[in-house]
Write a protein that binds this ligand. Sequence first.
Ligand code: DOR
Ligand code: ZN
Length: 364
Amino acid sequence: MHTYFILKFAYMTKHIYIRSPDDFHHHLRDGEALNHLVPIVSSTFRRVIVMPNLNPPVTSVTQALEYRQRILNATPVGRDFCPLMTLYFTNKTSIEDIIAAKASGIIYGVKLYPAGATTNSDSGVTSMASIEPVLSAMEDAKLPLLIHGEVTDSDVDIFDREIVFIERVLKPLVLQHPHLKIVLEHITTKNAVDFIQTCTNADGTPNLNVAATITAHHLLYNRNHLLCSGLHPHMYCLPVLKRESHRLALLAAATSGDPHFFLGTDSAPHSIAQKECSVGCAGIFTGHAAIELYAEAFDSIGRIDALSDFVGVFGQQFYNLPPNEGIVELVREDWAVPDSYYIGKNCHVRPLRAGDVIRWKRLP
Ligand code: DOR
Ligand code: ZN
């Protein structure tokens, strides 16, 4: 009876106040698209970890500084927006690059894409063994390693790529570098949740340096939404959506209050033309309504109370950032998502839920 009352009360909640959020995984792109995307994203997030998979990738502090300036130039006047830059790990990344990144004060992590894993990952790392000394330098510098956790071997089924990565690459990596701060990005499986929750060092003590980001789309959708009743290209991302039992495990982890799970949207816009074609790009654009989508996911299991820490406390703790001062008000109220957003050069991007409603709304 008591539990029923609490659940019902949570369900009835109409207004909530959350800490002003940050996004710990975002693709802002470059060029004209940047000028359209930064105003959208900066209206929700005060800080974002900016992914470096441009073409060519951001591999040096100089490139990161220049990219950061382009982002600031695209920020609406008077808006308090802070891009947190990352470097792209290649086979050529050196110990000197790590020392320079740490000294720069503007680099918050180095992103590891296994070569060929996803959009603009061709310059990614081809052998983990060869980057060992650089990983040790990151461990010493306390510079986080941000991982796209999928193997790319053609004989591994695409739905198993994250699970195989954890077994073959991540488990040995964590044992070898127990002090390396690691974010397993955009996790999609129960196996990843279990790995983060039970991560231990060689001596059996808990390893608290390994965390994970979770996207709104992986909390809200499963692979049926991609593949049933026709093929839905705007639901295609990497790692690909998984079966329902995995989605439920992610939702349980995100709402568990475990600080090792926090917000990373992986908002990844591609033009409609790049999505609706014979070989479509991977990526889902959620930057237009990220917090509202997370609110919907948390509310779907009556845990809207867990949202504030997930968006405004846990990631900040991991990255040693103070939480934002501001408070954001959300209300449970339907609003219609536009069919598309213009991102320049006659290009539009189709947002998640295009032409449909989202059940939570952020008040200005
Ligand atoms: O779906 C994705 N899109 N996954 C990634 O890892 C990269 C991203 C992009 O850059 O488009
Ligand atoms: Zn990404």
